[in-house]
Design a protein around this ligand. Structure first.
Ligand SMILES: *Cc1c(COP(=O)(O)O)cnc(C)c1O
Length: 423
């Protein structure tokens, strides 16, 4: 028997909580997760054959939509040539070139296998380069699950109601300073780096207020700290040059993931040659990975970056802007209060019983995410064939495969779902 229930029961026997990443769990929305059998374009199909219009899109890893023919073809080709060697390969060079030619100021990258690794390594590099210990992060920003950075993380950490994680020692977070998003902290010369999501996309969506990113740049320059943009979500999605291009603020170090793997496990961190020269084998900061720059992953990554043009991203951004306002209007038309903040191709969704304005920090975002409305709305949407992320802290990922008709259908379904939530 192939049903969502039986697959998940089997999963729970051999995998803790039945999931390999807590955001996939239905804990915060209730019910049994659908188990995906396949995906194509904007849709996923579960093991029972139910089709969903998918706004999870692997949390942003899938910009072209699922099983894009170009990606499938380069992967087939790459697989026949061998999938890992432990020696340099052309794919690594091609992906690094594709990235550095698209992002202004990014001179070199080191490839890793996840966003977590990218951020963890960038922070180590910043500490090694500056000879300083402290790292500033912002409340509600998620930077992967490494010990020092889980504190006050958004996404699944917030979804599970955790302030951080058990198993992380006080020592591991002693040099992590948490500041409220959208307020420029006053730094001193103990700070190695300020780490920020240039658009906060793990407390649902919080846009940077005008002056915030510029203020961080100036404050880092004042004390000689490095500014790190975690562009794991914004990279190659907000614009071809990511947040740097979109906001015109240049960090010292970048972290990437998600989009750059074309659906395979890839991350990268990079910056100027001057800073990257501190990395092993050139310098004293050690960093490594058996599968880093994996041929399958780099082939998919290069294919995505080459396939997606600035025009594609401009069109996607325009579509998302319209979709966001229509979705908000449709939900509000049914007497439920909604806010759908959007920045380029990124969009969020907050629901409430009364009038409110879009949050500017985690304290405000959390109140909205915890009001219990999202879980109802989520299930009403899922029952009607639209898959949102099973957690109020995640954003909606619209891929290049979502057509205008898909988005219009979603707006109509959202009106029905909002009506059902109200009744
Ligand atoms: C997803 C994410 C990460 C972690 O990436 P993984 O590949 O899940 O390790 C880091 N930073 C941000 C902003 C993310 O959204």
């Amino acid at each position: 028997m192939s049903s969502n229930e039986t697959w998940f029961e089997r999963a729970e026997v051999v995998i803790p909580g039945g999931v390999d990443s807590p955001v996939r769990s239905f804990r915060s929305v209730g019910g049994t997760p659908y188990t995906v059998a396949s995906g194509e374009g904007a849709e996923v199909v579960d093991v029972e054959g139910n089709r969903y219009l998918d706004y999870v899109q692997s949390y942003g890893a899938s910009l072209l939509g699922h099983a894009h023919p170009t990606i499938v073809s380069v992967l087939r080709d790459a697989a026949t040539k061998g999938t890992t060697f432990g020696a340099p390969t052309p794919g690594e060079v091609l992906l690094a070139e594709a990235m550095t030619t698209r992002v202004r100021g990014l001179e070199q990258v080191r490839l890793v296998s996840s966003g977590t690794e990218a951020v963890m390594s960038a922070v180590r590099l910043a500490r090694g380069f500056t000879g300083r210990d402290k790292v500033v992060k912002f409340d509600g920003c998620y930077h992967g699950h490494s010990d020092a950075l889980l504190v006050a993380g958004g996404s699944g950490v917030a979804q599970m109601g955790l302030p951080g994680s058990a198993g992380v020692t006080a020592g591991a977070v002693a040099d992590t300073i948490v500041a409220p998003y959208n307020e420029v902290p006053t730094l001193d010369d103990s700070v190695a780096a300020v780490l920020v999501e240039p658009v906060a996309a793990n407390m649902n969506l919080v846009a940077p207020l005008p002056g915030f990113l510029e203020g961080l740049r100036a404050e880092c320059d004042r004390v000689g700290a490095l500014l790190i943009f975690d562009e794991v979500i914004t990279g190659f999605r907000l614009a071809q040059g990511g947040a740097e291009e979109y906001f015109g603020v240049t960090p010292d170090l970048w972290c990437f993931g998600k989009v750059i793997g074309g659906g395979l496990p890839v991350g990268a961190f990079g910056g100027s040659k001057r800073v990257l020269a501190s990395l092993s084998p050139l310098g004293p900061v050690y960093q490594a990975g058996t599968l880093s720059g994996n041929p399958l992953a780099t082939a998919a990554g290069v294919a995505v970056l080459e396939h997606v043009t600035p025009d594609d991203l401009a069109i996607l951004s325009g579509r998302v802007t319209n979709f966001a306002s229509e979705l908000q209007e449709a939900i509000r038309g049914e007497g439920l209060f909604a806010s759908t903040p959007s920045v380029g191709a990124l969009m969020g969704l907050y629901l409430a019983d009364e009038e409110f304005s879009a949050p500017t920090n985690f304290t405000q975002a959390k109140v909205l995410c915890e009001n219990g409305l999202y879980r109802k709305f989520f299930h009403e949407m899922l029952d009607r064939g639209v898959a949102l992320a099973p957690g109020a802290y995640e954003i909606l990922f619209v891929s290049l495969a979502h057509t205008r008709a898909d988005l219009e259908r979603t707006v109509a379904i959202a009106a029905d779902a909002a009506r059902a939530v109200r009744s």
